[in-house]
Design a protein around this ligand. Structure first.
Ligand code: MCU
Length: 432
């Protein structure tokens, strides 16, 4: 019975290992498959990027490889995802370097310190920690920037809050040729990597330190991320580029966040050139595309797809056109097709059905789904299904944006294994 309702592959493996824990495995099946034990499971995939791409006014097909063939199995997604990652780095955000030669630090019940060094350069930063009540070790949600996230609800749900100051890692207000912060101390002030990716790199190093800490206070396998507005852009990029993040929760992220870069015409979203010029959020290379996003070989529906099958709860505000909520809904709907193809359609929620139009307000509507997502993906005690709660005030239409259909991907073991117990393919494919 369990096999029919949830992630069959994982249920088989988990119950084989611990019969006594079968009930828990069933409840947790989606989240067990969701997060990986490494930052990038596709790091070994060979990716060769063509020298040019045809202009495309619609959203690129997430399932077509750079060589033009289409993936056919769920296992194929791993290296197709690696291609997507390469395009996203090269064209949109800039390069995210792998874990530096040395990462060290400490985790206490009140703070996390991170020290990094590589190639004779070093830098450090820290983040404060607020534990929930009860006894640990606890899952944790990294909160970027300190506003807009319902930290009381996060802690009440049983997760710790890690207060991360993105500016310590990538400052705002600097010119592109003189970027500052812990990331740029290592990789150079003229690094072409934008702030959002620098912020994401910083969170990955926090997770490295939690992993190395022994896990008595915080669990390394149950980290979420959130933030609002510019820190919603950041939270999104954090989750896209570290597969150890089990739950990604961007709030009202606007341009450079979730909304499709091609942009719903006439919506009134912040323009690409405005966002590119406001702060060095995007990578420097994106400057060539602000006036012609159709030349981009990638769009944000594919970044949404890169989060799959992990938990993703996108919160948006349909009252502020500048945030591009229609464009964000199209990205969510397009990315949800990747979730569906991977059999994880219930792991994504997009929620713009909210009454208060204030930017980054604390919203009663999000409290329950926030806590359900924490229970499902971090505590692994829940299994609430995700949902598309798109406000009729700002609803995009995916069918106008795609000329591809979603494949039925064949089942098979994840390649390579995600760090979960050895996977046995089910004899009958799941029906859902
Ligand atoms: C929505 O995020 C940004 C927006 O892109 C900027 O144009 C504006 O200046 O600031 C927003 C924000 O971060 O508000 C807190």
């Amino acid at each position: 019975a369990a096999v029919a309702v949830t992630g069959a592959v994982t249920v088989v493996a988990r119950t084989a290992i611990a019969e006594a824990a079968a009930v828990e495995s069933v409840v947790a099946a989606d989240s067990v498959v969701a997060a990986a034990s490494v930052e990038d499971e596709g790091a070994d995939c060979a990716v060769s990027v063509p020298g040019s791409f045809a202009s495309n006014s619609r959203l690129p097909d997430p399932f077509v490889r750079l060589n033009g063939s289409r993936i056919t199995s769920k296992a194929d997604w791993r290296c197709r995802r690696a291609e997507t990652r390469e395009l996203a780095e090269r064209f949109v955000y800039g390069d995210k370097p792998a874990k530096p030669a040395s990462v060290s630090g400490t985790v206490s019940s009140s703070s996390i310190s991170v020290s990094v060094s590589q190639g004779g350069r070093s830098s450090s930063f820290s983040a404060s920690v607020q534990l929930p009540s009860g006894s640990g070790p606890f899952p944790a949600v990294v909160v970027l920037g300190g506003f807009g996230a319902d930290t009381a609800a996060i802690r009440a749900a049983g997760a710790a809050v890690i207060n991360y100051d993105p500016y310590a890692v990538g400052r705002e207000g600097t010119p592109r040729n003189n970027k500052q912060g812990a990331f740029y101390s290592i990789y150079g002030a003229t690094s072409s990597t934008g702030l959002l990716m620098a912020w994401a790199w910083g969170v990955s190093r926090i997770i490295d330190v939690i992993e190395q800490s022994g896990g008595n206070i915080l669990r390394a396998d149950a980290t979420g991320v959130t933030g609002c507005s510019r820190f919603g852009k950041g939270a999104f990029v954090v989750g896209v580029f570290d597969q150890r993040i089990a739950l990604t929760m961007p709030i009202e992220s606007g341009t450079a966040g979730v909304p499709i870069l091609r942009g719903v015409p006439g919506e009134g979203a912040q323009s690409l050139s405005s966002a590119y010029g406001e702060q060095p959020w995007f990578g420097d290379a994106f400057g060539s595309y602000t006036g012609n996003p159709n030349n981009l070989p990638v769009d944000t529906h594919q970044m949404v797809g890169m989060v799959a099958p992990r938990g993703l709860f996108i919160m948006d505000n349909p009252h502020i056109a500048n945030l591009g909520p229609r464009s964000a809904s199209v990205a969510a709907l397009g990315g949800a097709e990747v979730y569906k193809a991977l059999g994880a359609g219930e792991n994504i929620t997009y929620w713009s059905d909210v009454s208060d139009g204030t930017h980054c307000a604390n919203r009663a509507e999000w409290r329950t789904p926030l806590q359900q997502n924490i229970q499902k993906f971090l505590l692994k005690t829940g299994n609430a299904a995700g949902a598309m709660r798109i406000s009729s005030r700002a609803a995009g239409n995916l069918s106008q944006w795609r000329d591809w259909q979603t494949p039925t991907l064949s089942d098979g073991p994840t390649n390579p294994p995600t760090g979960n117990p050895t996977v046995t393919p089910p004899t009958t494919p799941p029906t859902t």
